[in-house]
Design a protein around this ligand. Structure first.
Ligand code: OGA
Ligand code: NI
Length: 339
């Protein structure tokens, strides 16, 4: 296993194994912000629930992405959790070494660099630390004791983001016309907390922080901090996601696309790097348990809207997700029903 980029000292030039062939390099590091993803204010629209729901559904259909403001998680906690993420990556190597892990299971703490280093032709300019975070009492003992406030801050953040994620899922549930509580329990059984750390890169035009991908779970809430880098693919064009103060970037994942029978979209996105400063982002993923059967919701399927996907176990999908994504295939390819 290779060491973190952030542990290698000052890097003067990009190693060969990180350089993409010219045709897949990010030519547009800075994209025009005139075109970007929708921004949804959770508070001012609170008294007009139907309008809020329509706004969320429309954004989830057209972009698969939106930014969420006035979401109720305090600015202090949003900033504290980013600080914890950055502080974790600046710990001495010996404090982090015990978390190096090769298992992709969402059930363990895992520190790694790039995505699956051993399987990649070209590596990504990213270090990552992730671990399960729900139910909190089952997992908090596995988390780092350093930085000293890590458990307290990440614990509070995880609980608040889970509450917010379930609030959004309930609004989506209503907007899709599904029975109340559809996403509660099995579909949203688990939660993973993840820190991405993108060290400054000497040549951002020849590397990627993360390749084009869509997230494999149910729903993602990202606190991207104050530096740009995330781009979303919309109609063949990469749109930059502007860092808005105290906002979450929300995106629909593959499982929500299947359950909504293709109505909601899990959009492709990627991360570009910069040469000036490290960018640290903090992510919460909501996901089903491995044996959970995923299929288009029965009430959305009829003779005019045939099922687009066959039923599968979430754990089986996860086994092939990384390989398909790496090969540029749609990871749902094995479950698509040809009409
Ligand atoms: C991810 C992701 C975006 C970012 O972790 O899946 O897309 O800006 N992160 O870190
Ligand atoms: Ni992602």
């Amino acid at each position: 296993m290779d060491s973190l980029i952030s542990s290698r000292g000052k890097i003067q030039s990009v190693p060969e194994s990180y350089i993409f062939p010219p045709e897949t390099r990010p030519s547009d590091l800075v994209t025009p912000l005139l075109k970007t993803i929708p921004v949804i204010d959770l508070e001012t629209r609170g008294h007009r629930r139907n309008e809020l729901i329509q706004h969320i559904i429309k954004a989830s259909q057209e972009h698969g992405f939106f930014q969420l403001t006035n979401h109720g998680v305090s600015e202090e906690l949003m900033n504290d959790v980013l600080t914890m993420g950055a502080e974790f990556f600046s710990l001495p190597e010996e404090d982090k070494a015990r978390y190096y892990e090769t298992s992709p299971s969402p059930e363990v703490c895992r520190l790694k660099t790039s995505i699956e280093y051993a399987d990649e032709k070209v590596h990504f300019w990213r270090d990552n630390f992730r671990h399960p975070c729900h139910p909190l009492e089952d997992y908090i003992q596995l988390w780092p004791e350093n930085p000293p406030r890590y458990r307290e801050v990440v614990g509070r953040f995880s609980v608040e983001v889970r509450r917010l994620s379930l609030q959004l899922l309930n609004l989506i549930c209503e907007g899709l016309g599904l029975e109340q509580g559809y996403f509660e329990e099995r579909l949203s059984h688990r939660q993973v907390f993840s820190i991405n750390h993108y060290p400054p890169c000497p040549d951002p035009t020849s590397v990627l922080g993360l390749p084009k991908h869509a997230d494999p779970y149910l729903i993602t809430l990202l606190n991207q901090g104050h530096l740009p880098g995330l781009q979303v693919l919309k109609d063949g064009e990469w749109l930059g996601v502007e860092p808005l103060p105290n906002a979450f970037v929300v995106n629909i994942n593959h499982m929500l696309q299947v359950i909504s029978n293709g109505k909601l979209k899990s959009a492709d996105h990627r991360v570009v790097t910069n040469s000036k400063a490290a960018r640290t982002t903090v992510v919460s993923f909501i996901l089903p348990s491995s044996d959970c059967v995923i299929e288009p919701a029965k009430s959305l399927v009829n003779e005019h809207n045939p099922a687009l996907y066959s039923a599968f176990k979430f754990g089986d999908f996860l086994k092939t997700y990384a390989m398909h994504t790496r090969e540029g295939k749609d990871p749902l390819v094995d479950y698509m029903i040809q009409s």
